[in-house]
Structure formats: structure tokens, C-alpha cells
Design a protein around this ligand. Structure first.
Ligand SMILES: [Zn+2]
Length: 310
């Protein structure tokens, strides 16, 4: 099979591997960085995540530092295979050198204590996107799972303003519907959903309604398709995932859709894309359905690249 590009906007591999004593390379999980040479170009956003229902040993910020240190130590052990990238130029350099481009994001602003004052540090660390919430309500907003009627708080608005100033993308996956529309009202920069599917295709609180998808497009943002079987619904396989993609395409999303696997973050992944090695199966299936090379390049890589800063 020919080598395809892959830009994946969400996985939980760093948080999972960091706390289970595994490596990001040569592991038995869904993403193992030694197996990325199958792609012509590969970018992975690694989300830093801490389950705030579990009291941290010292503080959540300490866990942020722990995961960050783990990420850098893992990459330092294999400098020939992968490198940390802070923007588009870094990615291009990584690919010229034949390396996997690894980036950081945050899932749940609680990891920064919902404090805008910590965002400068996050930006300096190369954080590309921050999900305002995970499933638990926090000081910034309600979520799709808890207090969905609760929108952005004053602190949430301050958090958004400062993130935008620093060029960090606001990620609405997991956010409450009210929080989503509050963000849309105030946002001056593109809104992204790093790992979300279509609610019109399969109703789930984590999926995006058509109006939300249109709003993301209007903001200049992008949605990364999630491979989690529970969100895909139906037959939970590649054809079922393609129904989400094609619904977004019907809404005019050709330039606003990418990949957002949720690898190492969900119990049951889309059948046929069980690990990173399965991603070419999605490309092949789409090619068999008549998708042209330029559309596939957009969906698998170029659309996400356009949302990054240099
Ligand atoms: Zn998630």
C-alpha cells in the first residue's frame, strides 16, 4: 500500500502511557511512535489529561509538569524517529528529516487550574489547543455531560480571551452546548473540535449538531473525526465512520474536516482502524468510493496544517 499522510488532532497516549509505565515507542497500545514510518508525513497532537475526580499527589499543575517531562524524555530517547514541534515550520523541518512530528494539547482547562495566568506557560510549552472542559463541569464552563445548560463563566471568558491572544486554539469537544454558543459569540479566532462526530448521523451528547458544525466552519475552524465506536454508532466500522464524514461534507465541510482518532482514550475503537496501522484502511475505502487525491490530502493532513501558526 502506498504511504499516506496522517495528521491526528487527538489521542490520550501520553497520559495513558505516562501513568501505566509504558513507553510511547514499542508499546502495545493504539499509537506507538516507532510504527509511524508507514506514513509519508505524520503529525500527532498528544493531549495532556488528568482525571480531576482523582486527587493529584501534589497539584494538577504538578501532573501537567510530570506528563510534559515524560513526553520530552520519551522523544529524547528516540531523536532519530520523532521530534516535538511547536508550529508549522517545525513540522515541515521534521518531515524533511523523515521524523514524526509530535505536538501537545490540553484536554480540560482544569489541568491549568482554569487559570488564565497559566496560559503563558502553556503557550511557551508549545500547547496548540486546549479543550475548555472534559466531562466534569469546572470553573470555566458546564460540559456536554454535566450541567449542559451552564455556559462560560466570567473566568471562562477571561480564559478564552487570553488563549486567543496567545494563539492557542479553543477546543469544544466535551463542552456544554451553552458554553459552545457563548464561545462562538465571543471568539475572534477559529474554534476547533479535536475529536468529535456528527449528532445528525448518530445522536450522542458528545457529537456536534449541524448548527455547531456550521458555526465551526464560519469561525474558520475544523473538526477532527473521532474513531470511538460509541460516538460513531451504527455498525461502528469504517462505513459507519464515513457516514459522519460524508454528512459533514454535505454541509460544505471539505476544508474543515480532519482526523481526531481518540486513540488510547476510548474503550472500543472503530472496527478496521483498531490502531494507527489501520488509518490507511480509511484512505483506501474512501479512494474506492471515488475520493480524489486532493480531497484525501485535505482530510488526512492539509486542513489541520492550515489551522496552525508558524
Ligand atoms: Zn476526549
Amino acid at each position: 500500500m502506498k504511504r499516506i499522510p496522517c495528521f491526528d488532532s487527538h489521542c490520550d497516549s501520553v497520559s495513558k502511557c505516562c501513568y501505566s509505565g509504558r513507553h510511547l515507542f514499542a508499546n502495545d497500545r493504539e499509537i506507538s511512535l516507532d510504527r509511524t514510518a508507514q506514513f509519508s508525513r505524520y503529525v500527532q497532537l498528544f493531549a495532556l489529561y488528568w482525571d480531576t475526580a482523582i486527587p493529584p499527589e501534589r497539584s494538577v499543575l504538578h501532573e501537567y509538569e510530570r506528563m510534559k517531562a515524560y513526553f520530552h524524555a520519551e522523544l529524547a530517547a528516540h531523536p532519530d524517529l520523532a521530534v516535538h514541534c511547536r508550529g508549522r515550520k517545525d513540522i515541515e523541518a521534521a518531515h524533511r528529516d523523515g521524523k514524526a512530528a509530535c505536538m501537545l494539547s490540553i484536554e480540560d482547562s482544569s489541568l491549568l487550574e482554569c487559570d488564565p495566568a497559566h496560559l503563558e506557560m502553556a503557550a511557551a510549552d508549545g500547547i496548540q489547543a486546549i479543550a475548555l472542559t472534559w466531562n466534569y463541569r469546572n470553573a470555566v464552563s458546564g460540559t456536554c455531560a454535566q450541567n449542559p445548560e451552564m455556559g462560560l463563566t466570567d473566568r471562562g471568558r477571561a480564559f478564552v480571551k487570553e488563549s486567543e491572544r496567545l494563539g492557542i486554539l479553543m477546543d469544544v469537544s466535551h463542552l456544554s452546548p451553552k458554553g459552545f454558543w457563548d464561545l462562538f459569540e465571543m471568539a475572534e479566532r477559529p474554534i476547533v473540535a479535536t475529536h468529535s462526530d456528527s449528532d445528525a448521523v448518530f445522536h450522542h451528547r458528545r457529537n456536534l449538531t449541524d448548527d455547531q458544525f456550521r458555526a465551526i466552519m464560519e469561525s474558520g475552524g475544523i473538526v477532527g473525526l473521532n474513531y470511538f465506536a460509541e460516538f460513531i454508532g451504527g455498525t461502528r466500522d469504517i462505513p459507519a465512520l464515513i457516514r459522519h464524514l460524508e454528512h459533514f461534507l454535505e454541509l460544505g465541510g471539505e476544508d474543515c474536516i480532519g482526523l481526531g482518532s481518540d486513540f488510547d482514550g476510548c474503550e472500543e475503537v472503530c472496527h478496521g482502524i483498531d490502531t494507527l496501522e489501520g488509518v490507511p484502511n480509511l484512505w483506501q475505502t474512501l479512494e474506492n468510493r471515488g475520493y480524489g487525491e486532493s480531497l484525501l490530502q485535505k482530510l488526512f493532513f492539509d486542513n489541520w496544517m492550515k489551522r496552525l501558526h508558524d
